[in-house]
Design a protein around this ligand. Structure first.
Ligand code: NAD
Length: 360
């Protein structure tokens, strides 16, 4: 099969890590007989340098026409870069928000997987970790309190700030369907997280998620209050498969979940909309402090490419081949500097990409 991928290498370590993901995808092409056609799209600081804006209309159109978008990272050193002395809508990260909006990506998926080989990086106790955990946080991305009406006013000397949290049933239904679809490809369990004991929006959330669950008889659904979920993530993370939640709860819980894996250079993510198209990127930023030094860990980007194969192209076996190759390289004792510890072999960005590609 032929797939058209818009590639946004971006800034900082972006070009280095994307090059390694493409190297690995090249091996998938050879082994499985696919063809990935890449179109380079400028976004972020590099687009500001060339076009004066972080995302041009033309770049957005190219991304829209692609089957999927693979992104490295954008942005520079916020305290010390030519890109930041301007209005927020002209900074590198504004390109990212415009792209997510332009592609109508309402669902963000962040896996939190603890590699046995990296267990020592996990801040939880051994008896809690057991044989590891493997979950995804599915966060609604374009609704809720971050997008509701907000105002600050002073009445009779009292300053009052208001943020309105709104969801409609359609917004909840579409993300719930995405969550159950993903659970079907995994261990078939959805934990829907809300605050239904207090919030009307959460009661609607729970009602709609329960309705959607009726179409997925094989998937076990449980409801959990968000405060309990925050506790359960550190008490027993192994119980979770897919955590499905609204925007703000997901923002907080996904950072908590990624923290317990202990390694930012390993964490992939996907943003999806109603169609098969998605945007796939590592959870970390452009790491300007190590850019151009062959020090960056490319694994998060390589695993994001695997997510693209699974979720946008339905290439489960190929995605699995990449994930297994990553595990094998870690088992063989190779580490980039961010996950390095005594007794292992230190490798650079490029070598890590070569090793993973070789094991496909
Ligand atoms: P960062 O994630 O770029 O870096 C934080 C720390 O982690 C740094 O010490 C960095 O060297 C290290 N690190 C990150 N990725 C790594 C990797 N793959 N391998 C090894 N080490 C890695 O976060 P930051 O420093 O807060 O932000 C830097 C820039 O990235 C900023 O301009 C920020 O706005 C931008 N940013 C972009 C995205 C994105 O493009 N999606 C996301 C977050 C931050």
């Amino acid at each position: 099969m032929n797939y058209n991928i818009a590639v946004i290498s971006g800034d900082g370590i972006g070009p280095e890590i994307v090059a390694e993901a493409k190297k690995v995808l090249g091996k998938i092409e050879v082994k499985y007989g696919h063809k990935f056609n890449y179109t380079e799209v400028l976004m972020g600081g590099i687009s500001i340098d060339v076009h004066g804006v972080p995302l041009t209309e033309e770049a957005l159109s190219t991304a829209k026409e692609s089957d999927s978008v693979l992104l490295g990272a954008v942005g520079g050193d916020v305290g010390n870069s030519k890109w930041y002395g301007v209005a927020p809508n002209l900074r590198p990260e504004a390109g990212l928000l415009a792209l997510r909006k332009g592609l109508s990506l309402f669902a963000n998926i962040r896996p939190a997987y603890l590699y046995q080989e990296l267990k020592s990086a996990c801040p939880l106790k051994d008896e809690v970790i057991g044989d590891g955990f493997d979950m995804v946080i599915m966060r609604e991305l374009t609704g809720g309190i971050y997008f509701g009406e907000r105002k600050t006013e002073e009445v009779n000397g009292i300053i009052k700030a208001t943020d309105i949290l709104t969801y409609d049933d359609e917004e909840i239904r579409r993300i719930a369907i995405r969550g159950f679809d993903i659970a079907m490809k995994r261990r078939k369990k959805v934990t829907s997280v809300d605050k239904a004991n207090v919030l009307d929006s959460s009661r609607l959330w729970r009602k709609v998620v329960t309705e959607v669950a009726r179409d997925y008889k094989e998937v076990e659904l449980e409801h959990m209050l968000v405060d309990n979920c925050a506790m359960q993530l550190v008490k027993n993370p192994r119980q979770f498969d897919v955590i499905l939640t609204e925007n703000m709860f997901g923002d907080i819980l996904s950072d908590e979940a990624s923290m317990i894996t202990g390694s930012i250079g390993m964490l992939s993510s996907a943003s999806l909309g109603k169609t098969k198209q998605g945007m796939y990127e590592p959870s970390h930023g452009s790491a300007p402090d190590i850019a151009g030094k062959n020090l960056a860990n490319p694994i998060a980007t390589i695993l994001s490419a695997a997510m693209m194969l699974r979720y946008s192209f339905d290439l489960d076996e190929e995605a699995g081949a990449i994930e297994s190759a990553v595990i094998q390289v870690l088992k063989d004792g190779y580490r980039t500097v961010d996950i390095m510890s005594d007794g292992f072999s230190k490798v650079g960005t490029c070598e890590m990409g070569d090793l993973i590609a070789d094991r496909i």
